[in-house]
Ligand binder design. Structure first.
Ligand SMILES: Nc1ncnc2c1ncn2[C@@H]1O[C@H](COP(=O)(O)OP(=O)(O)O)[C@@H](O)[C@H]1O
Ligand SMILES: [Mg+2]
Length: 246
């Protein structure tokens, strides 16, 4: 199966940080097309840093990141920007919706960015909102929605752009238990029905159970301990976390 993402021998120190203790060291893994991969680690373990490197928003001191088989280091700035836009969609902890745009307009944003006219695509955008259960809220503004609804809008937005890889950074971190569960079920469906690959980073054991593969960041390194789905039990995740003392 083709890799959508391959990360090799990644090292990252933050400026002004402790150079003897990199945030990430020797990090290597891949994500296949349509695969749901989770990286778990406690707060401050470098999960968001890892996603920033994958999306090219930050540069590692060493190591390679290949998106769709292209090494980010070997691209010009404009090629990198285009690849990032075409290959990656984001789902954030705090949703990152634009407050002055309606739900429908927020979902249409990736189309505007890609140079299309969202107005012409309205039936498509409505169908995406119907998939996330928000067909009745298309004209609402973000502040009129619950957290779970806002996150479902952001998933519809991630679908609208058609990118093959979704990066999700603690997508349930700001949601109730129930809303978080709905969001995870939706992400799982997106992975299966649309063959989107998902790279989820989280410290939530329940969320990890939705993945095909769970890896653990321990002191900046990926542990050789890996859990494989389908059907990862939350007790398996807790057991691994206890064993790894993270
Ligand atoms: N831009 C930055 N500059 C300096 N240090 C940073 C920066 N971003 C994160 N860090 C540090 O790197 C470590 C990992 O942070 P982060 O990737 O946000 O972890 P996580 O997402 O797992 O909570 C933390 O110690 C954090 O303080
Ligand atoms: Mg983080």
């Amino acid at each position: 199966m083709a890799h959508i993402l391959r990360v090799s021998d990644l090292f990252k120190f933050h400026d002004g940080g402790d150079q003897s203790a990199p945030v990430l060291k020797n990090v290597a893994f891949h994500v296949d097309e349509g695969e749901f991969v989770c990286v778990m680690g406690p707060s401050g373990s470098g999960k968001s840093t890892l996603l920033h490197l994958v999306s090219g928003l930050d540069q590692p001191q060493a190591g390679a990141i290949e998106l769709r088989g292209k090494d980010l280091r070997k691209l010009s700035e404009s090629e990198r920007t285009r690849l990032r836009r075409d290959a990656i969609a984001h789902v954030f902890q705090f949703f990152n919706l634009l407050g002055n745009l309606t739900v429908l307009e927020n979902v249409g944003l990736p189309l505007s960015i890609a140079g299309k006219r969202p107005a012409l695509e309205e039936p498509y955008l409505r169908s995406l909102l119907s998939r996330v259960g928000l067909e009745k809220r298309t004209g609402a503004f973000p502040h009129q929605l619950s957290g779970g609804e806002m996150q479902r809008v952001s998933i519809a937005r991630a679908l609208a752009g058609g990118q093959p890889l979704i990066l999700a950074d603690e997508p349930t971190g700001n949601l109730s238990q129930k809303a978080g569960l709905e969001v995870m079920q939706l992400l799982r469906r997106v992975c299966e029905e649309d063959r989107r690959a998902i790279l989820l980073v989280t410290h939530n054991p329940r969320d990890a159970t939705f993945a095909d593969r769970v890896m653990f960041l321990v002191d900046g390194e990926l542990s050789p301990r890996v859990l494989r789905g389908p059907g990862i039990a939350v007790s398996d995740v807790h057991e691994a976390l206890t064993e790894l003392a993270i």
